[in-house]
Design a protein around this ligand. Structure first.
Ligand SMILES: [Zn+2]
Length: 79
């Protein structure tokens, strides 16, 4: 029997960027709403042509590698 996980919702939210969401087009819209900019916690916009997530507020682009968004400010590209 496993102990009841604490803050399951938070854990799931943290795990979401690990899910290759853009391979699941029917889910990506919903998951995109859950994903937030790690810097400002604002909404991100998916730029399909370049496979990256944009935060217009921070002017940063988070790249998506094999469907997995790299949600790190230090890895983000300035736009
Ligand atoms: Zn931001």
């Amino acid at each position: 029997m496993s102990p009841r996980p604490k803050g399951l919702e938070k854990q799931l939210k943290n795990a979401l960027p690990l899910i290759p969401l853009f391979k699941m087009p029917e889910l990506s819209g919903k998951l995109l709403k859950v994903l937030a900019c790690p810097k400002c916690k604002g909404n991100l916009k998916y730029e399909k042509a370049k496979s990256r997530l944009l935060c217009k507020k921070c002017r940063l682009a988070y790249r998506v590698e094999e469907g997995i968004p790299i949600m790190l400010v230090e890895e983000a590209e300035k736009i």
